[in-house]
Design a protein around this ligand. Structure first.
Ligand code: ATP
Length: 337
């Protein structure tokens, strides 16, 4: 039995969490894989109620669990997820984008993953005022850059794809910080002679994600660029409602959808839970590989294929052209697992 800490979040977070718990219960009942789920509070609601966006007991419960699931949180996201990523040293943010049949994707042959450095860059939140200016510190270290580059090359080695790593940066303008990142990636690439390696400026990458997304395999990039490009790459294959993400460290991992709390659709029972459920699929992979538990990996595959079989048969939520509510789509999943 694996212990899951679940941050239920804000906006559409509670609806997605309800869907996730139903699916995890169905996995227990039908596929005999048990999870012990502890629901935790963090985010805007926690801030209003306790004065802390990330309460201490939530942090303690996460540290006592095998893995964390996080539904989106609202305005206080930086005080929750950015803090957790750094606190737990979850240095690799993995955001896959894959075209599946019957999805409103740009093309049907996209299968890429963005490997985003998760602990540095402008997201460390070191901002201050200086005279009439506002200043943000951008920190890029050689150690963190090499660590994420190694993760990207190892991912490329394991994927059944074209085996290419694209290092995305803007070193022609940010010569010192991005210059260091590009150099670190280039040095690591020398250890992987079987993996193709290319560099691309971030503006060119944004364009190429629309122009020829099928040419990407593994993209490795810094924190802010990765955040922006992964929203774009998710739209290329059908939108944020289908976009999962993993935050991975050496000993712990946290899984969450790419999107935010989507307050415009909160409480309407129309959010697509697939982004969160596909994150749970990634959780199965990680737990299964860590604990040498092939059953856990198989259950994850079953969850993914159930979602995509439903979508293929036209059973889908509004954001991807269907008419099912969050609860109805979830029920179809639990019935079909
Ligand atoms: P953040 O900056 O916190 O990532 P954001 O302002 O980019 O948030 P999101 O909450 O990520 O906004 O979502 C953008 C829009 O995409 C939402 O307003 C919503 O309409 C749509 N959207 C996001 N997630 C889903 C989902 N799971 N199902 C359906 N639509 C979604």
């Amino acid at each position: 039995m694996y212990k899951i800490s679940l941050i239920t979040g804000d906006g559409i977070g509670p609806e997605l969490s309800e869907s996730a718990v139903s699916v995890l219960n169905a996995i227990h009942d039908k596929l005999d894989l048990k999870f012990d789920v502890a629901k935790l509070s963090a985010g805007d609601k926690a801030l209003a109620e306790t004065g802390k966006a990330l309460p201490d007991d939530t942090v303690d419960a996460i540290k006592n669990s095998d893995v964390c699931l996080k539904a989106p949180v609202g305005e206080s996201a930086a005080d929750v997820i950015v803090v957790l990523r750094r606190m737990l040293d979850l240095y690799a943010n993995i955001r896959p984008s894959k075209s599946y049949p019957h999805m409103p994707a740009l093309r049907d042959d996209i299968d890429m993953v963005i490997v985003r450095e998760n602990t540095e860059d402008l997201y460390i939140g070191k901002e201050f005022s200086l005279g009439d200016s506002a200043v943000a510190l951008r920190i890029i270290s050689e150690a963190a850059s090499k660590r994420i580059a190694k993760y990207a090359f190892e991912s490329a080695t394991q994927r059944n794809n074209m085996k290419k790593v694209t290092c995305v940066h803007k070193s022609n303008v940010m010569r010192v910080t991005d210059g260091l990142f590009a150099k670190a990636c280039t040095e690591v690439s020398l250890n992987y002679p079987d993996i193709a390696f290319e560099e691309m400026y971030v503006d060119a990458c944004a364009m190429n994600l629309i122009r020829q997304p099928q040419k990407f395999d593994v993209v490795v990039t810094t924190n802010l660029f990765g955040d922006i490009l992964s929203d774009e790459s998710s739209q290329v294959v059908g939108g944020l409602g289908m976009a999962p993400a993993a935050n991975i460290g050496d000993d712990f991992a946290l899984f969450e959808p790419v999107h935010g709390a989507a307050f415009d659709i909160a409480g309407k029972n129309i959010a697509n839970p697939s982004s969160f459920l596909l994150s749970i699929k990634m959780m199965h992979d990680w737990l299964g590989n860590k604990h040498n538990d092939s059953k856990c990996v198989d259950v994850g595959k079953k969850l993914e294929s159930t979602i995509f079989d439903l979508v293929k048969s036209g059973i889908k939520t509004k954001d991807i052209g269907g008419d099912k509510s969050t609860a109805e789509f979830t029920k179809h999943i639990t019935d079909n697992l």
